[in-house]
Design a protein around this ligand. Structure first.
Ligand code: MSP
Length: 484
């Protein structure tokens, strides 16, 4: 038993949540629930990134002030997570006072470290990325390859951070796994960035007004990405609630998408080294979704809304479907057709059918069923599946953990087919019949407990069915079949 501090990226609020941001947040919620189940004290943080030119522009076109706009948008994220049964310990917003205070303290410390200097800077700035972009990265037409927009040439006085001074220390910490980056492919990618040589980075902006002021130069504001990275410290009380901060820091796991590893695996640890704080223990970068083979984008009209999915299938089903098929570090494709197929096969015909069959048989053949859930939970079978699930979740292999649970569902189905309780009843083989029903009930306990971090509401419903006497089959199917 120990403490476990895990985080998701904080999401830009210019668009509403999509299945990409839901994916990261669901994964983190599953891990948080699993760790709690193991007895750890867990702090699970998510939130929203609300500063920068992009946000101010969106606010303007919506006819709102930046604060009004981000308030409205951030609320959408909180609501969406609730609708997906996601329960973060805290939700941090970069426009909150507590965050701005902590960032101001952090920057004052950074200045004192002697790793900050002033210089004139000229470069190409992509507003979509809120980052400078190299000439060599542009398309032949001179556009940002991701946003297909022309970056602005910016020339201004900026403050810089000596990122270049940290190459060797970072390399050593990554190679020795003191600072774990996973999967290995991403670690290699980070090491090769470092190998190519790190440039110092600009940490302030002259013309971005919707941002936190630089404490020692009020002509400038803090570069939004650095303000955002610091959410991981500000949320747990950096600079203001020292004891709470020490209780949780360092983060045990930052879950991020593979698009933002440079920020999390190079810039973030270097900043922490400069202010003499411990590095996070681990960063895991997951892959990206495409929809029917295409990148998700507003212009293609193929953005999948997780709230609509939850309305159609139920929140727990969305959690299951998003984590079931694609290994977490890989890219993968999703489609509504495949989701429906999986839903019918694994949930309607699989789990839902099994629960209903077993309860129907107990109801019919053994109305005075005498075993209780709590006692069953301590049996070795429950522990065995939990151990397997734990091994997979330790390496964020959600799909393998789910596969192990569904293998248990298959075994339970097989047990019904081979023992044929209805036959045993017909032949009056009472001892065998009762033993079989007891085993089948135990299977349900095993499955319900292992499933609970993934599908908390479903697990709760099945647990209620299994603890209410007399045992009765569900009044309506747990998962009604859907038309393909
Ligand atoms: N604000 C920064 C993060 C700062 S963290 C200190 C940012 N925000 S974002 O809104 O663009 O969200 C990025 C994250 O959303 C990605 O890292 C990833 O976790 C998730 N995803 C966005 N699109 C995705 C897919 N198509 N597929 C999977 N995840 C995706 O970057």
């Amino acid at each position: 038993m120990g403490k476990y501090y895990l985080t998701t990226p904080i999401y830009y609020v210019n668009a509403k949540p999509h299945i990409g941001s839901a994916y990261t947040t669901i994964a983190a919620d599953v891990l948080a629930r699993w760790r709690r189940q193991q007895g750890d004290a867990v702090f699970f943080l998510t939130g929203t990134a609300e500063h920068g030119t992009k946000m101010a522009e969106y606010a303007k076109s919506a006819g709102l002030s930046p604060q009004q706009f981000v308030d409205q948008q951030s609320h959408l994220f909180e609501q969406t997570w609730q609708k997906l049964n996601i329960e973060p310990t805290d939700f941090i917003r970069t426009s909150e006072k507590r965050h701005e205070e902590a960032v101001t303290i952090f920057f004052t410390k950074l200045k004192e470290s002697g790793m900050i200097y002033e210089k004139d800077y000229e470069g190409l700035y992509c507003v979509g990325h809120e980052a400078f972009i190299k000439e060599s990265e542009l398309t032949d037409e001179g556009l940002c390859p991701d946003h297909k927009t022309k970056p602005e040439r910016v020339r201004e006085k900026n403050w810089f951070f000596r990122l270049s001074a940290y190459s060797e220390t970072l390399k050593e910490k990554i190679q020795s796994h003191t600072f774990r980056i996973e999967p290995a492919e991403r670690r290699n990618e980070v090491l090769s960035f470092i190998e190519q040589g790190l440039d110092d980075i600009s940490i302030s902006r002259q013309h971005v007004s919707w941002a936190i002021p630089l404490p020692w130069d009020h002509e400038q504001t803090i570069y939004v990405w650095l303000d955002e990275l610091f959410n991981y410290c500000s949320a747990i009380g950096y600079g203001t609630h020292e004891a709470t901060f020490r209780q949780w820091w360092p983060a045990d796991l930052h879950i991020v998408g593979k698009d933002i590893i440079k920020f999390h695996c190079i810039i973030w640890p270097a900043l922490l080294l400069a202010i003499k704080e411990e590095l996070p223990r681990r960063v895991f970068a997951h892959g990206f979704f495409t929809v029917n083979g295409h990148k998700m984008s507003k212009s293609l009209g193929n953005v999948i809304d997780p709230v609509e999915l939850a309305q159609e299938y139920g929140a727990d089903v969305v959690r299951y479907l998003l984590l079931r098929d694609i290994p977490f570090g890989n890219d993968g494709d999703v489609s509504r057709e495949r989701m429906t197929e999986r839903y019918n096969a694994d949930l309607a015909n699989g789990l839902g059918n099994l629960v209903s069959r077993i309860l129907t048989m107990i109801e019919k053949y053994w109305p005075d069923f005498a075993f209780d859930y709590a006692t069953m939970q301590t049996r070795p079978g429950v522990q065995t599946l939990q151990t397997t699930v734990s091994i997979h979740l330790e390496s964020l292999a959600f799909e393998k953990a789910l596969l192990a649970i569904w293998e248990t569902i298959r075994l339970a189905d097989e047990r019904i087919e081979t023992t044929k309780p209805w036959q045993l009843a017909k032949e009056n083989k009472t001892t065998e019949l009762l033993k079989t029903l007891e085993d089948l009930y135990e299977y349900l306990v095993i499955i319900t407990e292992a499933l609970s971090p993934f599908m908390p509401q479903t697990s709760h419903t099945i647990r209620t069915l299994l603890t209410t006497r007399p045992l009765t089959k569900p009044a309506t199917p747990l998962f009604g079949r859907k038309k393909a």
